[in-house]
Design a protein around this ligand. Structure first.
Ligand code: BES
Ligand code: ZN
Length: 490
């Protein structure tokens, strides 16, 4: 669906959405319609269950003098609560209202609402992953979403960055939605290379190169699969005169997590195609930054592997020497994310010497027990960075909750015969012990944040801002964090 901005003139041949606030006060266009109806709109609303609550919808019969094809009244919520995020939600409600209605175009008279944010909400809500479908029960019919506003050119310009973010989100969603037989590590690397057209640079390292470098923890996870691993490094350098890399995003890219020899139960195992969500989000964020030509240098290190059981698979009890030199006892082959990330984090720091590293990983089932499916776990060794991430989360509506990273948990991951082990003897504080494991691969001078996105990466049901499936969680949040705190403004 395309988002288009147009001067405030209502056409006769398409559907029209008008807005009404929660106290039933009418927007400018709604007032116009009310006048045409000789007070009929106010009357209908008063005598109905319609309260103007955000997202509430009331179909109206268009007055003859208006000649619009279809008329929908949409609740905008409280006027004083209108901000970027609520405007985005209103856009999503508006799109969802007619997405599969048979209408092909709609005009939404946004009046006082921030038009660009409305467009963004409508855009991400209209995403559907249909490429493998040959039969549609409820096809999306809406192709053109016109936003009627006083200053369409201004709104169009303000929409550009949102469009970039929506593209990044859709890239992340696509990669999560694709099953392993379509997106394996090699295919992921190809998708990353396709983004060179936006100005990203990419490098892809194969298993031989990884062996030579010494990423043995990552290779250990990959060794059971017929699909070989790839380390994908992408960069957006929007400030090329500056040699520094301002931040590195490190993504867990387990294209499928069967658990390996510590095999997962079969119920729900298909969802483990989502286990590359961290890498998908890192790549989507870089795409968003590149499309905005953001004046910042950001790299993404994406560690792509498949975790499978086989005769060549890593065994519980194996000891591996990580890239950092720390030795690790593999207690549970299903706790593979921390192994893959440990090497990727070390590689990222050695290579880029960036002051800030943010990793994203669908790391633990325990974070779902702790925070559910709408809030990601945030871990950080730096209060300022954590605060900035919390602010970006509040602005973007992609919620995070800070979890403790306390030395108290350190004893749990000490191994009897190696330095550390990848799983503990109990399930207690599973997300924290996983984060503590990662901390072993963080240099003291690095400001580090870890987002455990296991609960939020794949939606179990349709939501306001997108359908069931890959959510793209984190792209908007990271884009906001980077632009607000790291972009060089001038
Ligand atoms: N990929 C999973 C985590 C996960 C769970 C992601 C649910 C998305 C939804 C991870 O690799 C894993 O299996 N973790 C184990 C760790 C345990 C064996 C210490 C877990 O959380 O059970
Ligand atoms: Zn696992």
């Amino acid at each position: 669906m395309d988002i288009l901005f147009k001067k405030n003139d209502i056409s006769s041949d398409v559907a029209l959405i008008i807005g009404v606030y929660e106290d039933l006060s009418l927007t400018k266009t709604a007032k116009k319609v009310d006048q045409l109806l000789k007070g009929g709109l106010t009357n209908v609303l008063k005598n109905n269950e319609f309260t103007g609550k955000i997202g509430q919808k009331q179909d109206l019969i268009p007055p003859a003098s208006l000649q619009t094809k279809r008329l929908v009244c949409l609740g905008l919520g409280k006027k004083k609560e209108i901000n970027e995020l609520t405007a985005c939600k209103i856009g999503a409600y508006a799109a969802n209202a007619l997405l599969t209605s048979g209408e092909t175009a709609v005009e939404f008279a946004v009046d006082d609402l921030p038009a660009a944010a409305v467009g963004f909400g409508a855009k991400i809500a209209s995403y559907r992953f249909t490429k493998h479908k040959t039969v549609f029960k409820k096809p999306v019919t809406l192709k053109e979403f016109y936003i009627l506003t006083e200053k369409p050119q201004v709104a169009q310009n303000q929409y550009e960055p949102y469009f970039a973010i929506s593209k990044g989100i859709h890239t992340a969603r696509d990669l999560v939605n694709e099953p392993l037989n379509i997106v394996n590590p090699i295919a992921f690397a190809k998708r990353a290379e396709e983004l060179q057209k936006y100005g990203l640079t990419t490098e892809v390292y194969d298993e031989k190169q990884l062996k030579a470098k010494g990423l043995n923890m990552m290779l250990g996870v990959a060794q059971g699969s017929v699909n070989p691993p790839r380390l994908v490094v992408a960069q957006w350098r929007g400030k090329p005169e500056d040699r520094k890399t301002h931040a590195v995003l490190v993504g867990k890219g387990v294209t499928f997590d069967s658990g390996g020899l510590s095999l997962k139960p079969s119920a729900g195992m298909e969802d483990m195609k989502e286990d590359l969500a961290g890498a998908a989000t890192a790549l989507g964020t870089l795409q968003a930054l590149a499309m905005q030509r953001a004046k910042v240098n950001v790299a993404a290190v994406m560690a792509m592997v498949e975790n499978m059981p086989s005769g060549t698979a890593q065994r519980p009890g194996d000891i591996v020497k990580s890239l950092s030199g720390t030795t690790v006892e593999v207690i549970n082959t299903d706790a593979e994310g921390r192994l893959v990330l440990g090497d990727a984090l070390w590689y990222a720091q050695e290579r880029f010497k960036s002051p800030i590293i943010i990793d994203l990983a669908s790391l633990t089932g325990a974070i779902i027990v702790a925070l559910g499916t709408d809030v990601a776990g945030l871990f950080s060794n730096d209060d300022k960075l954590a605060g900035q991430m919390e602010k970006a989360a509040a602005d973007s509506g992609e919620k995070v909750w800070r979890m403790p990273l306390d030395d108290l948990f350190e004893d749990d991951i000490v191994s009897d015969i190696a330095d550390i082990k990848n799983a503990t003897s109990t399930r207690a504080a599973g997300s924290i012990t996983a984060a503590m494991f990662l901390k072993h691969f963080i240099l003291p001078e690095t400001k580090w944040a870890h987002l455990d996105i296991a609960g939020v990466a794949l939606r179990g049901k349709d939501a306001l801002l997108g359908p069931k499936g890959g959510s793209g969680f984190g792209v908007w949040l990271l884009d906001r964090y980077i632009l607000d705190n790291l972009e060089v403004k001038n």
